[in-house]
Design a protein around this ligand. Structure first.
Ligand code: ATP
Length: 267
């Protein structure tokens, strides 16, 4: 099957508040796919559905041919071992060294010997350029370096699927570029599939094979970065050009300013 992850006819709500509706997405093997959209449009919710942390009310998510929410707990854990996740802000365990942070998933999910864990951790840290920082604590490294450690931890188990939730948030432009290149390089070196949730048009367009744009829980546009750069779609234009107003309004919906100022219909 060419797609590692497939989402079909997916509906999800928190209580009676609809978050995602009628979602259809493909994540082909070996590719880096970006999921972009404004705050609160449901991007993280998509990642949580893929990881099986929450269940859809309708439709399905399949990963490597298995329907995620149809699995029992043991099989869900087995499937999750194929997934690496970099959480928003890539939080590290502050009281563990860089080495121990990357070793953590290996200790949690495998019975590998201490010697093998040592070598695997150093190889992952080498891949992100931080082998020589192994013994430092998170407080002793920069924010950009910390993000690279979080990337090394996300790929510690050589996952088939790597999910990055806002990997560029809070980084300076140079660290952003470094992190983006790393995501692409690791995806290709490991032969994995990466899903990149982000607001950052520049970095996503630089490394993604395919981009989905979401708004209010729906896919409103998709394509390769090259296609989207020349798209006339107003939503894509607004997002790519970072315009305050467009199909996504700047103002929270409600009464007009004239009404609030008591200026009446003539104003
Ligand atoms: N546990 C929850 N209970 C109720 N509503 C929630 C819960 N988690 C998220 N939401 C709501 O679901 C919507 C989608 O959230 P989600 O985190 O998927 O958005 P997002 O696109 O990832 O946003 P951001 O880019 O700001 O992280 C938001 O309106 C949020 O308030």
């Amino acid at each position: 099957m060419p797609n590692l992850v497939e989402i079909r006819d997916l509906h999800f709500s928190y209580g009676d508040r609809s978050i995602l509706s009628n979602l259809r997405m493909d994540f082909p093997r070996g590719k880096v796919i970006a999921v972009m959209g404004g705050s609160g449009c449901g991007k993280t919710t998509v990642l949580r559905l893929i990881g099986g942390q929450i269940r859809p009310q309708q439709g399905q998510v399949s990963v490597a041919g298995e329907v995620v929410h149809a699995l029992d707990t043991d099989n869900l854990y087995r499937l999750r071992r194929k997934m690496g996740m970099l959480f928003q802000f890539g939080a590290l365990f502050t009281d563990l060294s860089v080495f121990e942070n990357v070793a953590f998933p290996l200790r949690e999910h495998t019975d590998l010997s201490e010697e093998l864990i040592h070598d695997l951790v150093l190889m992952k840290l080498h891949a992100v350029g931080l082998r020589n920082a192994a013994m430092l604590k998170p407080a002793e490294i920069s924010g950009g370096m910390a993000r690279r450690v979080a990337v090394a931890r996300a790929v510690a188990l050589d996952p088939e699927l790597i999910m990055y939730d806002e990997p560029f948030a809070g980084l300076d432009p140079i660290s952003m570029g470094v992190t983006a290149n790393l995501i692409r390089k690791l995806n290709d070196a490991l032969g994995s599939t990466s899903i990149l949730v982000s607001h950052d048009v520049h970095e996503c367009f630089a490394i993604a094979d395919h981009v989905y744009f979401m708004s209010a829980g729906k896919i409103v546009a998709e394509g390769t970065p090259a296609e989207l750069r020349v798209s006339a779609d107003p939503y894509v234009r607004q997002f790519v050009n970072a315009e305050a107003d467009g199909p996504v309004p700047f103002h929270y919906p409600g009464r007009s300013l004239a009404d609030d100022l008591g200026l009446g219909a003539s104003a």
